[in-house]
Each structure stands twice: as structure tokens, then as C-alpha cells.
Design a protein around this ligand. Sequence first.
Ligand SMILES: Cc1cc2nc3c(=O)[nH]c(=O)nc-3n(C[C@H](O)[C@H](O)[C@H](O)COP(=O)(O)O)c2cc1C
Length: 166
Amino acid sequence: MQKQVDYTDAVKTKYPEQVVIAIAKDRNGKANPITLGWTMIVSGNPPMMAVAVAKTHYSVEAIEHSRCFTIAFPSSEMADAALFFGSKSGRDTDKLAEFECETAAASEIDSVLLADAVANFECNLESQMLTGDHVVYVGEVVACHVNAEPRKRLYTVGPGHKLGSV
Ligand SMILES: Cc1cc2nc3c(=O)[nH]c(=O)nc-3n(C[C@H](O)[C@H](O)[C@H](O)COP(=O)(O)O)c2cc1C
């Protein structure tokens, strides 16, 4: 049996939700990481992934400037980094300078990888679509990297950006 409720109550049932960190360089060459829960695989051949970024976020400028981005699947040990990257804006913060987090250069695009992530995907911006208060960016995956050590993925496990593993 189903009971009708408003959207805010119904959408609370979505957890656990995967978390990713997308990184794009801005016009000054600063790599800007953003934590995102709204993300999905949108094509298998060619491989494509999408992220939804709020119109007001600095990442919109960075992604639209560089037209490429990496998507990192953070490991469960990266909760503090995900909260930092997901609470500061690149407009007034150099997040990767302020929060110690090992990076490596991407191989096919002008962006960076997160060394402790479970996996990193290098994407060229393929298309974008305005969806209400967010912009959905679709990237074609042009290179992939996985951690040599087994790692558990990070998830949002409850409302209020409560992060953990499942
Ligand atoms: C767990 C978590 C999930 C988030 N998911 C999203 C998301 O899907 N889309 C989005 O636009 N912002 C999301 N945010 C908020 C942004 O990461 C945050 O506002 C960030 O500071 C924006 O950075 P920027 O201004 O440098 O782009 C999330 C934050 C956290 C902590």
C-alpha cells in the first residue's frame, strides 16, 4: 500500500546515495573539486557519465571554461575531503591547496585525479542541459584509473550530508 506525501518526504527514502567528486580547472588553471550526489552513467558505448551542478556553483564556470572534468569515486576514508570540497566554493578558496589530498595529473584531459579514490574517470564535455536550478553536464569518458588497493566507496547514508560506507 502507498500513501501520498510531498516530494521532500518521499525523496528522503533515496539513501544510500553514491557520492562523486568532479574536478575541472578554472580560467586561472586552478583545479576545483566539487562533491556531488547527483550523478549517473548515461551511455555504455561510448561510455558517458553525467553530473548535475547547481547553476550558482563556481564549478559551472570551471567546467564550461575547460570543457572537461574528472569524476572521482571517493573511498570511505575520504569523507572529510568530500565534506570540505562540498562546503567551500572555488570562487574564494583554492580547495586542493587548503585541504591536503594527493592528486595526479590526468592523462588525456587537462584536469587532475584523486590518488586515494576508488576510481577516476576522465571526461570530455559532450553536452549540457539546464534542468531547473541545475545544469547537467554529460562527459564522454576518455580514460579510467582504478586504485591498486581495494577500497570501499563513500556514500551519503542519510539526510544532512551524513557520509559513510555501506
Ligand atoms: C555529500 C554532498 C553532496 C552534494 N551533492 C551536490 C550535487 O549533486 N549537486 C550540486 O550542485 N551540489 C552538491 N553539493 C554541494 C556542493 O558540493 C557545494 O555547494 C560546493 O561547495 C560547491 O563548490 P563550488 O562553488 O566550488 O562549485 C553536495 C555537497 C555534499 C557535501
